[in-house]
Design a protein around this ligand. Structure first.
Ligand code: SAM
Ligand code: ZN
Length: 272
């Protein structure tokens, strides 16, 4: 599988310092290793990826392993559905924390799986590239993925935008989409520490046009945050961070420990 050229849609061949299509369009790799395939005139309305504060917070939080139980569950699902030689797209990959760990475990299991990461945030891909996990990564929108039709065996959609028609397009027939969403009480105690009236999360419908839902798996864990830094990082990596007044945010400053519920649903779909 290859990235495709955003100008002519031909496959891009990877060279040491750049990607090139047969028509001669070239895209330099950044010094970190990712490639920018975002056409500046396109998709400006949908270009609001995560910023550096969120990304650094998420990287530091995830690297502490608090969500290791979710990554393990994702690995189990990937392992079940992937044969050696398969290709996976991590759509809205962020810092590739999930996909790099899953890839490593699959490799230990002697499965050769190619992963590709796409995110609209350059900062996220800078951190992803620094993981040196061998996952080629491109700055692009999940609503206009730089891949041919029917090229991938599996697509990961972990807390990223639900660009369903695009996910349908790039998956092979019978391809698998694995979606992760937060459940009602996800991080409830964290919200209760900040808001007077914390609300429950809305859980979206399961129906996705063009796909059959083949599995849902709810996973829950009470996570014990052991420092103020971890609490602040968890808060900063959520969408609440920018919606919360400085006054409410400061309620976290005095907390050094917090136990909060993490709960997710893994939804596995097969392309019809
Ligand atoms: C909540 S983060 C999840 C990141 C990663 N999947 C994880 O769970 O660690 C959502 C990611 O989607 C990216 N994103 C948002 N809109 C996007 C778009 N239109 N195209 C590609 N990525 C997008 C953000 O930059 C961010 O990295
Ligand atoms: Zn081209």
């Amino acid at each position: 599988m290859n990235f495709t050229c955003p100008v002519c849609r031909e496959a891009l061949a990877e060279e040491e310092k750049l990607y090139r299509c047969e028509k001669g369009h070239c895209y330099d790799k950044s010094k970190f290793g990712y490639v920018n395939l975002l056409q500046s005139q396109k998709s400006s309305a949908k270009r609001h990826g995560d910023d550096r504060v969120m990304i650094r917070a998420r990287r530091d939080f995830l690297d502490k392993g608090y969500y290791g139980f979710l990554r393990d569950a994702l690995y189990e699902n990937c392992n079940e559905f992937l044969q050696s030689g398969a290709s996976v797209i991590d759509a809205g990959c962020g810092e590739c924390w999930y996909s790099s760990g899953i890839k490593q475990k699959l490799n230990e299991n002697v499965k050769k799986i190619s992963f590709y990461g796409v995110d609209i945030s350059k900062d996220a891909l800078e951190f992803a590239s620094k993981r040196k996990s061998g996952i080629p990564a491109a700055v692009a929108s999940v609503f206009d993925l730089p891949f041919n039709d029917c090229c991938a065996d599996l697509l990961l959609n972990v807390f990223s935008p639900e660009a369903d028609s695009e996910y349908l397009r790039v998956l092979k027939k019978d391809g698998i989409m694995i979606r992760v969403i937060p459940l009602e009480k996800h991080l409830f105690e964290l919200k209760a520490a900040v808001y007077e009236k914390p609300y429950l999360n809305d859980v979206p419908e399961t129906n996705v046009v063009g796909f059959t839902l083949i599995r849902t798996q709810k996973i829950r864990k009470a996570i014990e945050l052991g420092s103020n830094e971890d609490i602040q990082n968890l808060f900063k990596m959520t969408p609440y961070y920018y919606k919360t007044s400085k006054n409410d945010q400061s309620k976290l400053d005095s907390l050094d420990r917090l136990k909060t519920q993490a709960e997710f649903e893994i939804r596995v779909y097969r392309k019809d």
